[in-house]
Design a protein around this ligand. Sequence first.
Ligand SMILES: [Ca+2]
Length: 484
Amino acid sequence: MSYSKLVFLALLIFGVNKFANAEDPLEKNKRKKDKRPNIVFILTDDQGYGDLGCFGSKTISTPNIDKLSDEGIKFTNFYVHNRCSPTRMAFMTGAYAHRTELPRVIYWFDRMGIHEDEITTAELLKEAGYKTGIIGKWHLGDWDEFHPNKNGFDHFYGFLEYGRAKTAIYRNKTLVENIKKKTHGQHSPKLVKEAVKFIKDNKEQPFFLYYASPLPHTPFLPSQKFKGTSNQGAYGDQVQDIDWQVGELMKALKENGIDDNTLVIYTSDNGPELGLPQTHGTSGILRDGKWSNFEGGIRVPCVARWPKQMPKGEVNNEIVGIIDMLPTFCALSGASVPTDRPIDGRNIVPYLQGKTSDASIHETIIVPGKVIRHNEWKYAFEEMEAGGPIQNLGDRKHAPRGTLFNLKDDPSETVDVSKEHPDKVKELDKMMREFLSEMRKNIKPIGKTAEFTDELLKAEWKYQRAPRDQKPYYKSVVDSLLQK
Ligand SMILES: [Ca+2]
């Protein structure tokens, strides 16, 4: 039976019941017969393309993640945005983050976040009868208006945001722990414990677990257990910590007898932070890293495992990305993809089943207004910048507007071939203009708190960046605006 028929049949038999009662034996029986897969989506933070054993690392050991690759599919062309919040927004909405006015990171003082009108991946899965959980880092708004519980997640445990020195762990809306000093790796066992419990509690029914580790982001602070275990400094130690976490999650799936029909996807939210004085992440063969729209910033390692339907040990070189998760998870759960708004992602279930046809599901991936990849061609609609604001660029260079790379011949983006292919330049430039024209017509607002004003936002930025002795002054400006 074809997959779509299976989904249709499952819907016909089991329906979508929002009022499922855990005590009702009929409902319980239905859930036991529910054959839809569980989904575990693991997202790491600032991990480079070259920093997994299965992606060629010789200095970091990742046996558990490599096993996912051996038992499933390795995706070599998986795209995200080049920084945290936009990628997480794209994951939740199935669309490029620029469509929601979010090309940048949300900081805790921003008073903005995901808009209440967004239809999130979690909401769609919840509506389809999945139990939904997020464990780890949210980063789509630090204020109550944008809370994961208001965006389709039945369960939340972790950090609303992880960018500031002081942070906190919440379970749903309850404060569990105030964290005075960043100690990244120390939180891993707590996150794992919560995830293992979530898996156990929901083994009788389909669930969606979004496991968003705050590792291996700067500052590199591995837990004592992993300190010095890799050959790539404290950064590598953190990746080995992540690998341990993946192993624990896989163990829990096996122990609960559900690993066969659970789709596990592992990837990173953006490329590695480069140019640091200490040993850091690597993009492997790709150029540049985080903050940049060179491949090292927007292409990340990705592996997926789903024994029930997926072939073992395959490599998929097609263009795919974080935007594809919403339509793909809709197809798996029987939910309908929203039709009242542009969705840039595509359903890649055929790839997950090992089917690759002559026609690619995706031919194009875009960073709106910046770069466009179409098949093997990559075009700089604007100057492609190397690195980011806090990085030492060393000998890393920008690429001027109009640069064209052929990623098939030149995966490391070293030779501009725009002069040899003027027609291709014209074609891609036109594609981007047409995309932007459509996007501007359909732009969706970012969510804002009641207090949000441009004036307040500017004042908070100044306060955050002010030297210590000037902080009281800028704080008084913020306070006076808040009292208005
Ligand atoms: Ca990140």
